[in-house]
Ligand binder design. Structure first.
Ligand SMILES: C[S@@+](CC[C@H](N)C(=O)[O-])C[C@H]1O[C@@H](n2cnc3c(N)ncnc32)[C@H](O)[C@@H]1O
Length: 191
């Protein structure tokens, strides 16, 4: 197999739809910020399967995709998360920058869906490693040894930032993880 990662928009499509359909907040309508919108297929299917009223604001860096969405790099939009109940980060890789921005700037209860994939040689993003205490000097010496156990590192990170409500499934080799996390819940704020 080529070492080049193959970017498949919707591998594990049914599983992604089910994770979202099973974890919709009770609000009506449900407002979704879909930061990796692509063709918007997942949320179309969730809408169809649940019959719920779901408003989606999509962002995608590609142009010419179907449906209406904001075109550009999602990291450059300074979104006001208070307009949304759900933030969806269905990335090809590891959307840690997006997650960190949501954690830093959101104040309202949010359900966040994450697709976390260790692609290619499996390099983990520095912002995840730094948040776990690895230093630039350590990474300079030998980055590769710190790239192991990406899924565990992500879960450790979520724990360190106080996230206890995590639902996840993953591929057997743990290289692809699909998560639903709840943040800024009343229980978190009371703690
Ligand atoms: C796995 S696909 C998403 C599929 C989508 N959730 C659906 O329901 O069809 C990932 C998408 O993220 C987009 N993307 C990747 N990096 C991005 C970035 N930094 N900003 C905006 N879009 C990005 C890609 O162009 C691609 O369309």
């Amino acid at each position: 197999m080529s070492s080049q990662a193959i970017k498949t928009d919707n591998s594990f499509f049914e599983e992604k739809v089910k994770l979202r359909a099973d974890n919709l907040p009770e609000t009506d309508p449900v407002n979704v910020l879909d930061m990796f919108h692509g063709a918007g297929a997942i949320w179309e299917d969730v809408r169809k399967k649940t019959g719920r009223t779901i408003n989606v604001l999509g962002i995608d860096k590609k142009s010419g995709m179907p449906l209406i969405y904001l075109q550009g790099d999602n990291r450059k939009f300074r979104v006001d998360y208070s307009h949304f109940h759900i933030v969806d980060c269905d990335a090809y890789g590891s959307p840690v920058t997006n997650l960190q921005d949501v954690l830093k700037r959101s104040r309202n209860p949010l359900t966040v869906f994450l697709t976390f994939i260790q692609t290619g040689m499996g390099r983990l993003p520095n912002n995840l490693l730094f948040a776990l205490g690895y230093t630039p000097a350590m990474l300079d010496k030998c980055q590769t040894i710190f790239n192991r156990h990406g899924q565990k590192k992500l879960l450790d990170y979520l724990w360190t930032v106080g996230i206890r409500n995590v639902k996840m499934y993953s591929t057997f080799d743990k290289r692809k993880s699909y998560l639903c996390i709840k943040i800024n819940q009343v229980a978190d704020i009371v703690k």
